[in-house]
Design a binder for this molecule. Structure first.
Ligand code: NAG
Ligand code: NAG
Ligand code: NAG
Ligand code: NAG
Length: 274
C-alpha cells in the first residue's frame, strides 16, 4: 500500500515536471479579432457595386481572443468556399508570428488581414479563370516582401492596401486588369526603391495613391494616367528631388506638394509644378 502510494507520488511528480517546464517557458499567445460573413447563396458570380450579402442566406461570425501561432494559422485557414468577407486584425506585437494565406479565386469580396504576421500571400489560380469578386485586398502591417505573381488575375479590385510591409519594388503594370476599378492604392511604410510602370494604363477611377514613407530616389509619372487622382502622398521619401513627367494639368485634382516637406525637393522643379 505504502509502495503503491510512493509510486503514485513518483508518477505524479514525473507528470508534473513537464507541465512546470512549459509553465516557465509559456507558449506565446497572439491577440486576434475577426469578423467573417458566410453566404450560402452563391449562384451570383461576379461582384457588383452595391453588393450586400442577403440577411436571409448569410451568417456573421465575430470572435476575438488570444491564440497560439498554430491557432492563428488555423483561424486563417477558414473554409473560403462560402465566405464573402473576412476582416482580421490584431493588437499584438506579431514579430514572432509567421503565417501564410492563400486566396482562392471567386470566393471573397473583402479580405483584410491586418497585423496577422503574414510572410506569404498567395493566389491559388491554376486555371485560366480570373477573379471577378475580390474588391478589397488589405494586408497592412505584415512582413510581405513581394506581390503574388497572380495579382493581375484580380479584375475587380477597388482597394489594394499593402502599407507597412517590406516591399522593395512595385510594378504598376501588374494592375493592368484592375485599372478600371481601382480607387485606392496604398503602399506607405514599405521599403520601395522603385515604383515603375512601363506601359500607359488608364487608372480611370484611382483617387488615392499613397507612396509615403518609402525609399524612392526617383519617380517617373510619365505613363500614369489617373485623371481622378486627388490624394497623393509622397512625403518621407527623403532623397526624392522631383517627379518626372509631373504636370499640374495632368493631375488637376492634386493640390500640390509641401515645399518645406520631408523630401529633398529641387525647389526649381517644385515651383514649376505647383
Ligand atoms: C489577450 O491577452 C492580453 C494580454 O496579452 C490581454 O490583455 C487580453 O485581455 C487578452 N484578450 C482576451 C480576449 O482574452
Ligand atoms: C468547405 O465548405 C464547403 C461548403 O460548405 C464544403 O463542401 C467543403 O467540403 C468544405 N471544405 C473543407 C475543406 O472543409
Ligand atoms: C516563415 O515561414 C516561411 C515558410 O512558411 C519561411 O520560408 C520563412 O523563412 C519564415 N520566416 C521566419 C522569419 O522564420
Ligand atoms: C532642378 O530642376 C530644374 C528644373 O526642372 C533643373 O533644370 C535642374 O537641373 C534641377 N537641379 C538639380 C540639382 O537637379
Amino acid at each position: 500500500m505504502t509502495l503503491l502510494w510512493f509510486y503514485g507520488l513518483l508518477l505524479g511528480v514525473c507528470l508534473y515536471m513537464p507541465s512546470s517546464e512549459t509553465k516557465s517557458h509559456p507558449v506565446q499567445m497572439f491577440h486576434y479579432d475577426y469578423s467573417r460573413i458566410q453566404e450560402t447563396e452563391q449562384a451570383w458570380k461576379c461582384w457588383k457595386e452595391g453588393y450586400r450579402p442577403s440577411p436571409v442566406t448569410s451568417d456573421k461570425i465575430h470572435e476575438s481572443g488570444n491564440g497560439t501561432a498554430a491557432g492563428i494559422q488555423r483561424i486563417l485557414n477558414f473554409n473560403q468556399s462560402n465566405t464573402v468577407l473576412f476582416l482580421y486584425s490584431s493588437n499584438s506585437d506579431n514579430l514572432n508570428l509567421n503565417t501564410t494565406y492563400t486566396i482562392e479565386p471567386n470566393r471573397l469580396v473583402r479580405l483584410m488581414l491586418d497585423n496577422a504576421g503574414l510572410e506569404r500571400l498567395e493566389l491559388a489560380f491554376n486555371g485560366p479563370e480570373n477573379d471577378c469578386r475580390l474588391a478589397e485586398l488589405s494586408v497592412p502591417r505584415n512582413r510581405l516582401r513581394n506581390l503574388s505573381p497572380s495579382i493581375d488575375r484580380l479584375t475587380t479590385l477597388r482597394k489594394l492596401d499593402f502599407s507597412y510591409n517590406l516591399l522593395e519594388e512595385f510594378n504598376l503594370d501588374r494592375l493592368v486588369n484592375s485599372a478600371g476599378s481601382l480607387k485606392q492604392l496604398l503602399l506607405s511604410h514599405n521599403r520601395l526603391e522603385s515604383f515603375r510602370s512601363t506601359v500607359r494604363i488608364e487608372f480611370a477611377s484611382l483617387h488615392k495613391l499613397d507612396l509615403s514613407n518609402n525609399r524612392l530616389r526617383t519617380l517617373d509619372s510619365t505613363y500614369w494616367t489617373m485623371p481622378q487622382l486627388e490624394t497623393f502622398h509622397i512625403d518621407y521619401n527623403r532623397h526624392l528631388a522631383s517627379i518626372e513627367g509631373w504636370k499640374r494639368t495632368r493631375f488637376p485634382l492634386v493640390k500640390g506638394f509641401d515645399p518645406t516637406g520631408t523630401n529633398n525637393w529641387n525647389q526649381t522643379w517644385l515651383k514649376s509644378v505647383q
